[in-house]
Write a protein that binds this ligand. Structure first.
Ligand code: HEC
Length: 113
């Protein structure tokens, strides 16, 4: 079984009740989430986030603070190994974002001249 297949199984077993890919559910859409935390310089804190819902209160993660600003919902601690989390994100990263939130063509801005 490939690494991202292991991650897919873990994702379905542990994350999928709350998280979907390419749409929000109880938890947010996770497509591209690793790149987002990496871009914020918090690649390591992403692993802490998954395993500990104390991260919001610890005041050391700008990403956790940002999540707290729009959602007070708690994510249960996952208690996963680094390998398992790597497998999950390897699966998540294999799913291409579809950008379903892109605005539809706005007829009021199209030129009729
Ligand atoms: C019981 C529901 C639940 C489960 C199960 C769950 N989460 Fe979450 N997760 C949340 C909530 C709630 C948030 C906070 C953000 C929000 O409200 O959308 C969150 C946020 C996150 C974030 C931060 C999202 C961002 O935009 O930066 C990551 C990463 C994440 N979860 C990964 C996981 C992974 C990986 C698993 C499985 C191992 C998992 N979650 C399982 C509810 C859950």
């Amino acid at each position: 079984m490939g690494f991202s297949q292991i991650g897919k199984n873990l994702f379905k077993a542990k994350c999928n009740t709350c998280h979907h890919l390419n749409r929000d559910a109880t938890g947010s859409d996770l497509t591209g989430v690793k790149a987002k935390w990496e871009a914020a310089g918090e690649a390591d804190l992403l692993y802490e986030w998954v395993n500990s819902n104390l991260l919001k209160a610890q005041n050391k993660s700008a990403m956790a603070a940002k999540i707290d600003s729009y959602s007070k919902r708690e994510m249960p601690n996952q208690d996963l190994t680094i390998e398992e989390i790597n497998a999950i994100f390897s699966y998540v990263d294999s799913v291409v974002p579809t950008f379903i939130d892109a605005p539809p063509n706005d007829p009021t801005t199209s030129e009729s001249r």
